[in-house]
Write a protein that binds this ligand. Structure first.
Ligand code: CUA
Length: 455
């Protein structure tokens, strides 16, 4: 009697635990869950998971029940009576060989079918996206549209996207939990993965990750996927195909003379980056109207830039940042302790363009429309202002975070190839403060203003 009471209590506790686990596992409120797929690829993997979980659970329950039954029924009841000892039972052995074989069939057939389906060549008419993994960011190219971007992909709902995966350095792995993956990006081999975002779903943003350990900032190698309506995608494409919105006509002249110096466009005024010469000096470029920008994130970054110029160029479609769906995509990375920025600075985009174009930035970054900026080591910044995150999805793309990023990138993202640029900032690589060539906060604010208007 006492024993059965305890058994009942154990059983009810166990079923409660199973129920709690099931609720937790099945909840679809988690942004990075694979249990809420939104593409045929995701659903296929989800189906296999469900099938295996179901069969595995049935096998577990049957086997454990049989085990408990035998343990209790044939246990040694008294010390002097030994239970009968048996060895070998041909019938039993045939049965428990056949049952697993039968179960395996139910697992193997759909598994093999889905392996062949997901490895098959993509159907004609797919959107091609080239994915190139870098330590530690993602380069995305749309060869059909001549677009190069970084860390954020826009794809239309209802159209199959064929991702062509390679790597610039070490092995990375491409994964968007609710859409598809994981598949490796390797240097000497091209991998493909394709899926179709559900045509019926509302525009959404998905978190993407690198899922192959690739060095210091593996955990900071993230990206965003925006699944948008086909007409919004077309609008986004049209905008991305244009050169940079700001200062494209004026353009910065290619570097002449000593490193670090450039001729300012229009004015013919020599500008040396890193000496503070540009700060506060009027330049011969049309100055965009300074406008107070509301909504600068003051919570995480210790010192926001108070005012910023705005571009008079209408941006193409970008995913609305104020949507609830967007919250899942907002990075939560804390900024490094002690890294601050002067409060209340106003950046000037025209000045920023000159400083950017005469500093080391152009050696690594490209901006279409800025002929001085043709570097290919770092992310393409042509439409930087239209992106929602910086540092491969690590921080929100707001002036406050961007200023800290430029000031001391390797502190914001360990191992980053981008050096420490802020004047008197200690570089984690050299462990020495940056002196000559370092940018002061006003110069950084100007570069921030320039990059921000590149919509
Ligand atoms: Cu790239 Cu991990």
């Amino acid at each position: 009697m006492k024993g059965s009471c305890r058994l009942q209590r154990l059983a009810s506790l166990a079923s409660l635990a199973v129920l709690a686990f099931a609720i937790a596992a099945c909840s679809e409120q988690y942004p990075n869950t694979t249990f809420d797929p939104h593409s045929e690829f995701g659903r296929d993997i989800d189906f296999l998971w469900d099938r295996m979980l179901l069969l595995g659970t049935i096998v577990f329950v049957l086997v454990e029940s049989a085990l408990l039954f035998v343990v209790f029924k044939y246990r040694r009841r008294t010390t002097d009576v030994r239970p009968p000892q048996t060895h070998g039972n041909a019938v039993l052995e045939v049965i428990w060989t056949l049952i697993p074989a039968f179960i395996l069939l139910f697992i193997a057939v759909p598994t093999v079918r889905i392996i062949f389906k997901t490895q098959a060549k993509v159907a004609a008419g797919a959107l091609e996206v080239e994915v190139i993994g870098h330590q530690w960011w993602w380069e995305f190219r749309y060869p059909q549209y001549g677009i190069t971007t970084a860390n954020e992909i826009y794809i239309p709902t209802g159209r199959t996207v064929n991702f062509k995966l390679t790597s610039h350095d070490v092995i990375h792995s491409f994964w968007v939990p609710q859409l598809g993956g994981k598949r490796d990006a390797i240097t000497n081999r091209t991998n493909y993965i394709w899926f179709t975002p559900d045509s019926a779903m509302e525009p959404a943003v998905w978190n993407g990750f690198c899922t192959e350990y690739c060095g210091d900032s593996h955990a900071n190698m993230r990206f965003r996927v925006f699944t948008v309506r086909p007409n919004d995608f077309a609008s986004w494409v049209a905008q991305q195909q244009k050169p940079a919105a700001f200062g494209a006509a004026a353009g910065a002249t290619p570097r002449t003379g000593a490193p670090g110096t450039a001729t300012a466009p229009g004015g013919g005024e020599a500008l040396t980056a890193g000496t503070g010469a540009a700060a506060g000096r009027s330049v011969a470029m049309p100055r965009p109207a300074g406008t107070t920008m509301p909504g600068i994130d003051t919570a995480a970054a210790s010192a926001p830039i108070a005012t910023m110029p705005v571009s008079n160029v209408a941006p193409g479609y970008t995913f609305p940042r104020n949507q609830a769906a967007f919250d899942y995509a907002r990075p939560q990375t804390p900024t490094p302790p002690g890294l601050t920025f002067t409060k209340g600075l106003t950046g000037n985009a025209a000045r920023g363009q000159q400083i950017y174009s005469s500093a080391a930035c152009i050696g690594c970054h490209s901006i279409a429309g800025n002929p001085a900026s043709v570097g290919i080591v770092g992310p393409n910044l042509t439409h930087f202002g239209s992106r929602s995150t910086i540092g491969a999805g690590t921080f929100p793309n707001t002036p406050a975070y961007l200023a800290l990023w430029i000031k001391n990138t390797p502190r914001m993202k360990p191992g980053s190839l981008m050096p420490t640029l802020g004047k008197n900032q200690v570089s984690p690589q050299t462990r020495k403060p940056v002196t000559t060539g370092g940018l002061d906060d006003q110069q950084i604010a100007d570069i921030v203003a320039y990059l921000t208007v590149l919509k």
